[in-house]
Every structure is written in structure tokens, then in C-alpha cells.
Design a protein around this ligand. Sequence first.
Ligand SMILES: *[C@@H]1O[C@H](CO)[C@@H](O)[C@H](O)[C@H]1NC(C)=O
Ligand SMILES: *[C@@H]1O[C@H](CO)[C@@H](O)[C@H](O)[C@H]1NC(C)=O
Length: 417
Amino acid sequence: MLFINKIILFLTLVLLISNHSTNKVTATRQIKQIKTNKIITDTQPKAPVLLIPGFGGSKIEAKLTDFKSKHWYCHSNKDWFLLWVSLDMFIPVVADCSIEYISLDWDGKNPQSQEGTEFRVVSGVDGVVYLDPTIHFENYYLNLVNKLKKEGYQENLDLFAAPYDFRLSPKNLTLYFNQLINLVEYSSKIDNKKVNFVCHSMGCKMTTFFLTQQTQEWKDTYVEQLIAIAPAIGGAFEGLRSVLFGNNFGDGLMSNKAFQGLALTWPGIYFNIPYDQKLWTAPIAVSNNKNYYSTNQDYHQLFTDLGLPEKSHQILDYVWDDNQNIKNPNVKLQILYGYGSKTHYQVVFKDKKLSGSVEYVDTSGDGVLLEELVLNYCKEWTDNTSVSCKGFKGVTHQDLVSNKDVISSIMNLIKEQ
Ligand SMILES: *[C@@H]1O[C@H](CO)[C@@H](O)[C@H](O)[C@H]1NC(C)=O
Ligand SMILES: *[C@@H]1O[C@H](CO)[C@@H](O)[C@H](O)[C@H]1NC(C)=O
């Protein structure tokens, strides 16, 4: 009986997904994967776990067709290959090419892929188990996935992942969000159990955005809980730092300058800039004659004072509306966060000209996310739903995902329901 149900569900999913004919490639891949891995099983499926990665946490493949590079040594034609991330990408000369391929154009209104490039995100759990240097090479959700599998979870039966193109902001992720609806409904219906979302960092902002858009009825039907690891829902100072100075997330593999070239073209980075003045009460930047707060207006001023290109102003506005669409997700929310590590929250310009040296002001957090900010959600979002928060002393933003204690908390939360 279970078996037949699953086949019917599978066919439904095919139909649902094939309605979105605009991105056949991604849809077909997702379907194929589900088809090959599921259907026959003796185990009783558990309540599904759905992993949503953070910034840089998805694998991106690229294809080049008559790509016109600025460099003679880059490819102009190449069939699908893993671009983000392979270690090769950071070998000096190769890096010039990778950066060129993966950067986006800005046509004055929308982000566009470079002419001659196509991209697709590696779907499924495979796409999120190991990762890129910004989140520790070779191991992202790997420990958690291993633990889940040890406890009997099976990919595409009760364990799923929903990676996305993190270069983009919600405006360009409509298809992804539609597929996410299908995936949640599909996985929930396999054995009539609600879905446990597990997100990290920017992935939690995406998930919150997604849940804000769904009806309460839909959420009550399909969502068991949102387990948010280091949720950067209000943005993160490091996002701003990437735009202003090309901060490469503390990793030496790509120079700050090279990374800034990328960051300036990626709406996804701007989507990580702190935006909520209720949460960021202190100025985010301070110069001799001005305090800049986390408002749209002050960011424009700051970009102008720093001489950032015109497109950075436009991309800022492009993602800014989406911040207004992030509200209390109104689902059971479990926040797991780190504290006790030095975390920047303000940049101080030492010279009158902002081009001079800078200093950072620190407070407690996980190295990226402020403790105070997380605690605000724990206080503010308790109206309609239960919110519980658990802190892990000295565990940093990236390490939270693979930390043993965090993983055992996640396992408990999943079992408790
Ligand atoms: C983003 O969306 C806009 C508007 O639909 C579209 O013109 C553009 O090609 C998209 N960009 C990418 C990189 O998908
Ligand atoms: C709680 O639910 C009510 C009614 O659905 C809604 O109006 C209100 O905005 C919700 N509160 C929060 C913080 O989302």
C-alpha cells in the first residue's frame, strides 16, 4: 500500500514540476534523482528532514558556449563542469577564469549570467554534504548527514536537501521556491508526516522568506519545525564587509580584491547585508563626521562616500524590498547558535577620507552572527509559535553545522516531535 502511494506521489511530483517548463534542466535532474533512489524500501519512513544550505553552500555547475573571456587562457567552450566549488578554481591563473565565469552582469535592472555561460545547481543531498572554502572545504552537512543515515534516514525517502544558487536573491529564485513547495509536499506525503526544515546561516533567511510567503494553513499542514543553525535572518556584518571591501570570509584562497569583484555583482551578497534597524541599533559604520545605520538611505550614502560603482546602488535596491517580506515564519522555531567568539558589528574609518585604514568593533557572537541579534528573535517571535534557543559557547558560525553537540541537539529535536 505504502509502495503504491509512493508511486502515485512520484507521478504527481513529476506533473507538478513539469509545469514549470522554464527550467527543464533542474527539474529533470531532481526528478531523476528521486526516481532512482526511492520507491523500494522496507523501512518505515521517518518524518522527513530537509536541509537548506547557507551562502556558498550549494554546488554550482557551469557550461560555456562561445564565452568571450578577457583572458587568452580561459575556456570559451566547455561542457558541464563543477565550478563552485572545486579546489582548482582557486589556482591563481585558473581563478581569473573561474571568477569571470561565475560573476554576474548587471543590465541596469536585473542580474544576468555572463553571455555564453549557463549554470545549474547540483540537486539533492549530494549538493550540500561537502563544500567550499568559505565554509570549510570538503565537509558541510556531511557529519549531520552521516549521523542521520546511521539512524536509518535514507536519501529521497526521509532525507532531502534543497540547494539554491546563492549568488541570487529571492527575485531570481521563484522557480526554486516553487520546486521547494513541491518537494515539501512530496516528502511529507510519503508517509503523512510533517517536514523538519534544517537551515544554516543565509539558508535560514531564504527559508524564512519562503515560509513568510506560504499560507498558515500550508505551514500547519506540512511544516513540523524550523531548526535554524546560526540563522542570519537579519543579515550579517560580513555580508556588508564583502561588498565594501571584498572580505573573502577569512579564507586565503581568493584575494579580497578578487572576491570583491564577484561580491559586487551578486545580489545574494547584498541580501546578506544587515537591514533591520530594530535589531541593529548601533551604527554599522562610523567616520569622523557621520554615523551610518543599517538603513537603505545610509547604505547609499556609504556606497557613495566609498566610491562604489553605480550598479552596487541598484543591486542594493533590487534586494531591499525582499527584506520587507521577511516576517515571523510562524512555525515552531528552534534556534541553535554560537556565542563567546569575537564578532564584528561596526567598522570605524580612521581617516577623513574613507579610503584610509579601518578598525572593527567586536562583541560576542559566533564570529559572523551577533549573539544579541539571535536573542532578539528568541524574544520577538514568540507570539504565535514556540521559539526555543540554545547557545553553544565558543562554537563558530561554520563549525556549528558539524559540531557534535549541535548535531545531537538536532537529533533530539527531530525525535521529540
Ligand atoms: C533574474 O530575473 C530577471 C527578471 O526575471 C531576468 O531578466 C534575469 O535573467 C534573471 N537573472 C538570472 C541570473 O537568472
Ligand atoms: C500572530 O498571528 C496573528 C493572526 O494570525 C497575526 O496577525 C500576527 O501578525 C502574528 N504575529 C506575528 C508576530 O507574526
